[in-house]
Design a protein around this ligand. Structure first.
Ligand code: ARG
Length: 470
């Protein structure tokens, strides 16, 4: 036990000042408590408290011995937690009280000094920021893993063709690598966006006190520096009230989910009998309990489905904040489950999609190359051909529209037209029209910057590789 003469009363009923005479109604205690979920913040809470204690020692509020005792008590709690021996119950209300009570149990009266010049309001703000900072770094790593998987798949499919769609109607053929690399670019923005969010997450509210600062001569820059924060909040009210960073994170997370959900949707229909562009491995798909022939794309379906709850958390946080007067209000306790679930969902979806790309999906090059050979997605190229021979584009466009119509009626594709038929349509057509409308040529010719031409795609791959290695 501690070093105090009489054992300290560390029960929750002793948490409040002498102003209180009776304990909380049990149902209200349950309703009020956050320990059931904010135990997730335990490590951050300990880290934050260690820095706070060291700062108190630096400015002379704690002696070095008192500080050492507190720090080693906090580290004991960390060890107990890792060993599964720290399991605070509902009577602790939240993780901050749970730690403080355990500290007092462990080191006695010395533990009662830790909360000097601090409030749970700046404490919880510090914890959430430390938590989010760590999680954002992990999610950014997961984005990089996802990008590697996209990159490696794209590398194998520069010259595999895939129909490109607008309005989900066949539009122009693409290099499959080009299609995949669109997701590389999208997630590159996600990675950058999270880096930007991090700048505002990594600001210290510690020392804002309950709302107004503190009478003690604290050094906020020192505790911020110990915790690796880039700066401090310069207004104590803002410091304890601000959850912009949480909303920004939920917003960046929602955009990541939009991207994963769109890829999911594409994979789902690519795997359908109607498309047959990909097959899914047994390791990443499931069967039906009744239809023995089924192989279901559960992974992308779940990712698409989970997108909704991440959007929900963003909405929840926005609504939670909009009517709050300054400064701390208990409403803010609701930020935690939203953030924890957002982190778990985004990380889980990124991981599952990365595995799906690495080993769960096989593109069918024969089927894909054949698909682009059976449609009118080379019609623009016929118009471009004529435009290159001096026919104004709009005129060429109208003429090719007519060709498509008559070909459809004759159940023919453009490549099936005879030279005589081409000539009849326009005297400018020559033998080289056949080469010009072959799918590989159609793709290769789109050599404008950022286009699907093979040369462009190869340099896009180089760009991707250098971003991955940076
Ligand atoms: N459990 C609280 C939360 O998560 C901690 C802060 C409590 N502050 C207060 N003034 N009641 O927000």
């Amino acid at each position: 036990m501690g070093n105090s003469s009489s054992p300290p009363d560390t029960s929750a009923s002793q948490t409040w000042s002498q102003r209180f005479e009776s304990a909380l109604h049990p149902a209200i205690a349950q309703f009020n408590a956050s320990i059931g979920f904010d135990i997730t913040l335990l490590e951050c809470d300990l880290t934050g408290s260690v820095a706070h204690a060291k700062m108190l020692a630096k400015v002379g509020i704690l002696s070095d011995t008192e500080c050492d005792q507190i720090v080693s008590g906090l580290e004991t709690i960390r060890r107990e937690y890792h060993e599964g021996k720290f399991n605070p119950g509902i009577d602790e209300e939240d993780v901050h009280f749970a730690v403080e009570h355990r500290l007092i149990e462990l080191i006695g009266d010395g533990g009662k000094k830790l909360h000097t010049a601090r409030s749970r309001n700046d404490q919880v703000g510090t914890d959430v920021r430390l938590y989010l900072r760590g999680q954002i770094e992990q999610i950014r790593q997961r984005i990089k893993d996802f990008q590697w998987a996209i990159f490696e798949l794209a590398q194998q499919h520069v010259e595999t063709l895939i129909p490109g769609y607008t309005h989900l109607q066949r539009a122009q053929p693409l290099s499959l690598a080009h299609h995949l690399l669109a997701y590389f670019e999208m997630t590159q923005r996600d990675w950058e966006r999270l880096g930007d969010v991090l700048k505002r997450v990594n600001i210290s509210p510690l020392g804002s006190g309950a709302l107004a600062g503190t009478t003690f001569p604290i050094d906020r820059h020192y505790s911020a520096e110990l915790l690796g924060f880039d700066d401090i909040y310069y207004n104590s009210l803002d410091g304890v009230s601000d959850r912009d960073f949480a909303i920004e994170f939920a917003s960046a997370a929602s955009i990541i989910m939009v991207h994963l959900s769109r890829l999911s949707e594409e994979i789902i229909f690519w795997a359908s009998e109607e498309f047959r562009f990909v097959t899914l491995s047994d390791t990443c798909s499931t069967g039906s309990s009744i239809m023995p022939q089924k192989k279901n794309p559960d992974v992308p379906e779940l990712v698409r489905g989970k997108t909704g709850r991440v959007f929900g958390h963003l909405q929840g946080l926005l609504v939670m904040m909009k009517g709050l007067p300054l400064a701390y209000n208990k409403d803010l306790q609701e930020d935690k489950e939203a953030l924890f679930d957002t982190v778990a969902t985004v990380s889980g979806c990124l991981e599952a999609m990365t595995i799906l790309l690495q080993e769960g999906i096989t593109f069918m090059p024969k089927r894909l190359n054949q698909a682009v050979d059976e449609d009118f997605s080379n019609a623009t190229d016929v118009a471009d051909y004529l435009a290159n021979k001096g026919v104004p584009f709009r005129e060429a466009y109208n003429l090719v529209g007519k060709v498509v119509k008559t070909s459809l009626a004759a159940d023919k594709l453009l490549k099936d037209l005879t030279m005589a038929e081409w000539k009849e349509l326009h005297p400018a057509f020559e033998e080289d029209i056949y080469a010009a409308i072959a799918p590989a040529q159609v793709v290769s010719a789109r050599n404008s910057a950022g286009g699907t031409g093979f040369k462009q795609v190869r340099s896009a791959l180089k760009r991707a590789e250098s971003l991955l290695e940076a």
